[in-house]
Design a protein around this ligand. Structure first.
Ligand SMILES: [Zn+2]
Length: 380
């Protein structure tokens, strides 16, 4: 009773709505239409159905990523800008074609690069591409004072449904049109946590992890053949559950790794500046919503994003860590397994810069060759 009175007095916070730019989801055609498509493509109806399912899966993976990138931006952009420790001015970073972070926050004080991942509760092993992580390391080194964060969202639960399939019962009158509304509803209601990790923690985890070679094209996205690191489920759980004593959590992760014959090569845990690691847990706001489409003329719905815990690790001595990381760069990169790819990228970047400069120079020359005044004999 008392609670109800208290609730009455609460001023409702204004809704904050995210509107990710989702790819349209294709529909599974009805029986006759499916058979017609199959005949046209000279395949069986089953093959046609499997192909459409595959396309639906790719779309739902891409849209899941859009959902979480926008959610992270909404949750963090202003907070990153508020974070004014280490007052070092860094000019906005020019986007280079070899490095496309999910979010870049250019503050007055610093640039923060953000990589957003989504893992399902069942699997809990994020993918970190070698090339991608090399890109982040390069961006940090080339932009003094910058930071990197990775945000790992975990979704799903006991009543797990595949994101691209829907178990919703079809009523007799209206056939269920399984589109982005279903995806947004599932994600909005089943996001369990967000884990935020700084660069030194991620480097520590990735050094402890085996590399796997995978063709993501067949599995999930269209990234093609690449080397990945997939930190373990047990570590993800430790990081979420045991955040109160962050350094002990890192030690537990190392013990777990040792029991699987994984180690830090020539490094020690102290080399990662983890003793001063800080962690806290906060809840996502209660006023967040997501639209299933940007277009007003489409059938769209708004879903409330159920509050979930955010577990945030921070490294107070980030600048010391970066100094040490750059001093021992080749050893760190070598032991993580990204040294070759890192230097190839840097070389390619240098070439691109030269090409750009040449292009600029040519443009300039072309401009100066242009007559300043129009010749007198041009008839009007
Ligand atoms: Zn559905």
């Amino acid at each position: 009773m008392a609670k109800r009175v208290a609730e009455k007095g609460v001023v409702k916070e204004k809704r904050v709505v995210i509107r990710p730019d989702f790819y349209p989801q294709i529909k599974m055609p009805s029986g006759p239409e499916l058979r017609r498509l199959a005949r046209a493509g000279k395949i069986t109806a089953e093959e046609q159905a499997r192909m459409i399912m595959g396309q639906r899966q790719v779309t739902s993976v891409k849209n899941t990523s859009k959902f979480y990138v926008d959610l992270f931006r909404e949750l963090y952009e202003s907070r990153i800008l508020e974070d004014t420790e280490m007052p070092l001015f860094t000019p906005p970073v020019s986007i280079n074609p070899l490095f496309l972070p999910d979010v870049v926050v250019n503050g007055h004080m610093r640039t923060t690069f953000v990589e957003v991942k989504a893992i399902s509760d069942r699997n809990k092993r994020p993918f970190f591409g070698h090339r991608q992580f090399a890109g982040y390391c390069g961006a940090l080194l080339n932009n003094p004072g910058s930071k990197m964060l990775t945000g790992i969202f975990c979704y799903g639960g006991e009543t797990y449904e595949k994101l691209y399939l829907c178990a919703k019962k079809k009523s007799h009158k209206e056939k269920h049109k399984c589109d982005n509304r279903c995806l947004v509803e599932k994600l909005s209601h089943s996001t369990n946590s967000l884990l935020v990790l700084p660069h030194n923690v991620l480097s520590f985890l990735l050094m402890l992890t085996y590399s796997v070679e995978m063709d993501q094209k067949n599995a999930q996205s269209s990234l093609g053949f690449e080397h990945y690191k997939r930190p373990y489920k047990a570590w993800m759980e430790l990081l979420v559950e045991d955040f109160q004593r962050p350094f002990q959590t890192m030690q537990k992760i190392l013990e777990h790794a040792h029991s699987h014959y994984l180690d830090l090569w020539g490094f020690k845990i102290n080399d990662f500046y983890l003793e001063d690691l800080e962690a806290r847990s906060v809840y996502s706001p209660d006023n967040l919503y997501c639209y299933s489409s940007r277009e007003r003329n489409q059938r769209r719905s708004r879903f409330k994003i159920k509050p979930f815990p955010i577990i945030e690790y921070t490294t107070p001595c980030h600048s010391e860590w970066m100094k040490y990381f750059s001093e021992k760069l080749d050893l760190f990169l070598g032991d993580i397994g990204i040294k070759d790819i890192f230097y190839k990228r840097e070389q390619r970047l240098a070439e691109l810069r030269i090409e750009n400069k040449e292009r600029e120079a040519i443009k300039k020359e072309a401009k100066t060759e242009f007559p300043k005044k129009p010749p007198d004999d041009i008839p009007f």
